[in-house]
Design a protein around this ligand. Structure first.
Ligand code: SAH
Length: 238
């Protein structure tokens, strides 16, 4: 183990996910929002990148909701996470589902030491807002993808509206997420994510917002990036 490559981890964040790990695949439980957004984000990724036959890595895969979905769509998927509980659940779940994912306990920084440039697709969704140095994760994701490959990030914007929707609304009023799931200061503006990615050598292709309608209790995709958003980057071929 290279300890330096394991520095970019917040043990308190991992503890939160460990404590909830057994509930990961309960579609009505604490991870319901991830289950609800998964078909939308998978569709968006599929429209923008070829999954069938691709080698993909999902950074901060948790219990494997996206990793399994990408594998079912034909990708050869590696899922990495630093929390042991969610990884254990992910490994058990694939026995039930029969979907093959290579789960490993590793950081993006660590994986980039041995497997730089070997992935066609890198996904890192709902994870950057849980690490001490998200820009470093963006750099490692850039190292992991091959020239010409695709990188997808999602996170939560930082502004008064996102504070109201993603923390007050989601954690206190609608109780979609456990209190303390998110910390406002760790939210990331689209301009910040784009600047980090550009600095690392990625090119922004497009962005999209993820919106929650509390009346319909449904998510949808749309152009507004004020709260939850996703960004698609490519690594230039030359
Ligand atoms: N990406 C998944 C899970 C998001 S929850 C999805 O969208 O469905 C965030 C995950 O990031 C948790 O499983 C947590 O354990 C993981 N995580 C937090 N810090 C990490 C780090 N430094 N390296 C790898 N995984 C990390």
């Amino acid at each position: 183990m290279n300890t330096k490559a394991r520095n970019n981890v917040d043990p308190a964040e991992l503890a939160k996910f460990d404590a909830l790990a057994s509930r990961w695949w309960d579609t009505q439980g604490e991870f319901r929002p991830l289950h609800q957004i998964n078909p939308l984000r998978l569709d968006w990724i599929r429209q923008r990148a070829q999954l069938a036959g691709a080698r993909g890595v999902d950074i901060g895969c948790g219990g494997g909701i996206l990793a399994e979905a990408m594998a079912s769509a034909g990708a050869d998927v590696t899922g990495i996470d630093m929390a042991e509980g969610p990884l254990a659940v992910a490994r058990l779940h694939q026995l039930e589902s029969g979907v093959d994912v290579d789960y490993r306990q590793a950081t993006a920084e660590e994986l980039a030491i041995d497997e730089a440039g070997t992935f066609d697709i890198v996904t890192c969704l709902e994870m950057l807002e849980h690490v001490p140095d998200p820009e470093q994760v963006v750099r490692s994701c850039t190292e992991l993808v091959r020239p010409g490959g695709d990188v997808f990030f999602s996170t939560i914007n930082r502004n008064p509206k996102s504070f109201l929707f993603a923390i007050v609304g989601a954690e206190y009023v609608l109780r979609l997420l456990p209190r303390g799931t998110h910390e406002y200061a760790k939210f990331i503006r689209p301009s910040e994510l784009e600047a980090w990615a550009r600095g690392a050598g990625l090119k922004l292709e497009t962005s999209i917002g993820l919106h929650y309608n509390p009346l319909l209790k449904e998510y949808s995709l749309g152009p507004n990036l004020d709260v939850n958003f996703m960004m698609h980057f490519t690594r230039p071929a030359s």
